[in-house]
Design a protein around this ligand. Sequence first.
Ligand SMILES: C=C(O[C@@H]1C=C(C(=O)O)C=C[C@H]1O)C(=O)O
Ligand SMILES: [Mg+2]
Length: 454
Amino acid sequence: MTGLQTAISSLVESIQAAGPSTHRVSVAVCWPETADVIGWMASQPIYPQFFWQARDGRETVVALGQLQTFSEPVAAEQAVRGQQRVWGGQSFDSRTVHNRRCLSAFFFLPALELSQTPQGWQLSANLAPEHKERTVQVLQQLVPSVARIPAIRCGIRHRSDTPDFAQWSETLDQALHAIEQGALDKVVLARRTTLSLDGTLTPAQLLQASRSKNHSSFHFMLAQDARHGFVGSTPERLFLRQAESCRTEALAGTIARGHGEAEDYRLAQWLLEDSKNRYENQLVVDDIVQRLTPCCSELAVAGTPELVKLRQIQHLKRSISAALNIGVTSAALLECLQPTAAIAGLPRDAALGFIETHEPFARGWYSGAVGYIGQAQSEFCVAIRSALMQDGELHLFAGAGIVPGSTAVSEWQELERKTETLSHLLGAENTAPEIPMTLDMAPTRERNRERNTA
Ligand SMILES: C=C(O[C@@H]1C=C(C(=O)O)C=C[C@H]1O)C(=O)O
Ligand SMILES: [Mg+2]
């Protein structure tokens, strides 16, 4: 095991000695326990920067510098050699022309990866065909020192919600009407909250703060430079694929956390029993099962929902596992599963049409898929609880599944709790917009329907 500087020299030597069939070289690194990996990433003058921490803490990776880029996942997957991985993702709007400003998909083969697994820390370098000197150049730009990321100091100067509550209520009525007419079973509608800040905030600062506060989540960041990036801490896995085994999940159905153990327990029990939330979740199970069935020989769905407890909210989740047919690629899985009924709705095309017509902003990468593709393993999270930092503004996104029983006020409250995942890191407690009633997202609302929860 060696320090970073020694690891860099040793990698340069291995690269110079590498023959044409070597695609990747790795060396173990002795990483000081007190050194902060996000601080190290932010100290590097190399872009793009991608940060990934798996939800189970299995792996943390910083990927730096691009050797090759891809604008769609099929080509990205085909380019992967040996142990290499391509990092990036696909926007929510990729199937539509809704969002012309953002890339519909972006994957890159990084020059370098610093990773932490239970086996320890490793620095790895990828070699592009015929261009190994490109990797050496990137290695030579690495800054070994680790800067401390300053705590977030800025506050919120101005907040605007798109849609605002009045527009939200109107769209919700239209969605419930479409559901009543049988055109839709469920549609997930979202809100963009734009904050102008009274100081500087970098993507790495937001990531750092979120990682320390939001647990049981995937943490990710894709930054093109020090001021612009897409950051999130999401509890939702799109899929983890290891050879022919695939794990996915239906995460939908939400209630606030309680103040104190007794209230938290009461809310959790309510959520587990509530027919509206169970139905919201069941539709996601139905969608995933229907989509995965043609791709697999075995499919198992957890019999009952479990609770996922986060800082502001708790969700219902049902785990799903599948044995994939031979030859089903990771790009094909992405195409098959994204977007699930947890972030779009059911039927998928009708829900996407409704969103495209009624949502007053382009989602871009919010609720898209972020992760990596490798030959042995690929994993994507659903990019919710996410923020886009652009031109000095911070855009926060949140959505809620609309089904019979949804009300404008309760779903707006749900959006607010989800937005707080990141907005609370800025000390934004007092900036929530007024809504006509004060509801604490407690399960007190009357629901005038009976429904099968299958
Ligand atoms: C769409 C979002 O979350 C999704 C919607 C949920 C719901 O409506 O209950 C719960 C989890 C997610 O699948 C979001 O956080 O933006
Ligand atoms: Mg919901």
